[in-house]
Design a protein around this ligand. Structure first.
Ligand SMILES: Nc1ncnc2c1ncn2[C@@H]1O[C@H](COP(=O)(O)OP(=O)(O)OP(=O)(O)O)[C@@H](O)[C@H]1O
Length: 284
């Protein structure tokens, strides 16, 4: 697969918090969900990807060009920040007029269609729009740049449920139009479930793993036993309830152990994606 972004040993210290060193590749044709608890460093990493925060060490490339080298890569990378400053007095239309000329591939038809889909009033000042409406306008502006990479920082946090649903469909459609990639920082399980090919987990400024979502589902399992286990710890075990219910994050090891010790399983099942993420964010 073709790489669109290479993050190599990137590191940034702000006050007493260090993000990195981070190594991460983003491939075209994939959607990666950046997940981590509050303060894990997701927004800082994204800002480094946009050269808005300068790393102390390491390098960051989009389509082979360093983010420091020139601004040419910006034609291929659109970004929706968590919040936007300095736009309050401008209307949606004025924001469009300011932004569109900078992007050679700006898609005006897409812009107007999305404005209609999200029922955005382009004559309203940004500062007078609701938080959800501001988010919708920001994402519509980002999508219409018609880039190869889209970086979204919690795009659905303030959106109502139908709008979230619409956005997910739009993003899936946007991906299908070309060879593209999306990086999305999110706390929304629905976003992850529906969109992500890869889950990138961040904790305490570090990327602790990049996992294929479909594979992850087979790594975790819940087991119910006929009798109490009476054993201190089983390989792969990450949680236990009443000595008769066990959660494993290493199904192969757990299954081998249970078979070898002739421990009778009443039932077993895979975990929901949100349970898996919760365990991963707890470091299990
Ligand atoms: N401009 C700044 N000045 C000082 N500290 C900062 C700045 N930006 C971020 N930080 C600190 O860096 C750490 C990482 O913050 P960041 O916003 O990247 O996390 P996050 O994973 O995006 O969190 P959230 O899920 O809450 O949005 C936090 O401890 C934060 O306080």
């Amino acid at each position: 697969m073709k790489l669109c972004t290479q993050i190599e040993r990137v590191e940034k210290t702000v006050d007493d918090f260090t993000v990195g060193p981070i190594d991460l590749d983003i491939e075209l044709g994939t959607i990666s969900a950046l997940i981590g608890n509050n303060g894990a460093g997701k927004s800082t990493l994204i800002k480094m990807m946009m050269n808005l925060v300068k790393p102390d060490n390491g390098q960051l490339l989009h389509f082979g060009a360093s983010v420091k080298s020139s601004d040419q890569w910006k034609q291929e990378v659109a970004y929706q920040p968590q919040s936007v400053l300095g736009c309050d007095l401008l209307t949606g239309k004025q924001l469009r007029d300011l932004m569109a000329p900078w992007y050679a591939n700006w898609d005006q038809e897409m812009f107007m269609n999305l404005v209609k889909t999200f029922e955005i009033d382009l004559n309203k000042r940004f500062g007078k729009m609701s938080k959800g409406m501001q988010q919708k306008l920001n994402i519509v502006l980002a999508l219409s740049k018609n880039t190869k990479l889209l970086i979204l920082d919690e795009p659905t946090a303030n959106m109502d449920i139908p709008s979230k649903q619409k956005l997910m469909d739009i993003l899936v459609d946007w991906m299908e139009r070309d060879e593209r990639a999306i990086v999305i920082a999110t706390h929304q399980v629905e976003d992850i479930k529906k969109l992500a090919d890869y889950i990138v987990i961040m904790n305490d400024g570090k990327v602790i793993g990049k996992y294929e979502k479909e594979e992850l589902v087979y790594r975790y399992k819940r087991y119910w036993f006929e009798n109490g286990l009476g054993i201190e710890k089983i390989p792969g075990e990450i949680d236990r309830l009443n000595d008769r219910l066990l959660i494993s994050n290493d199904v192969e090891q757990t299954d081998t152990f249970l078979k070898k010790n002739e421990i009778k399983i009443i039932q077993s099942e895979v975990l929901e994606v949100e349970e898996i993420i919760t365990y991963m964010l707890m470091g299990r």
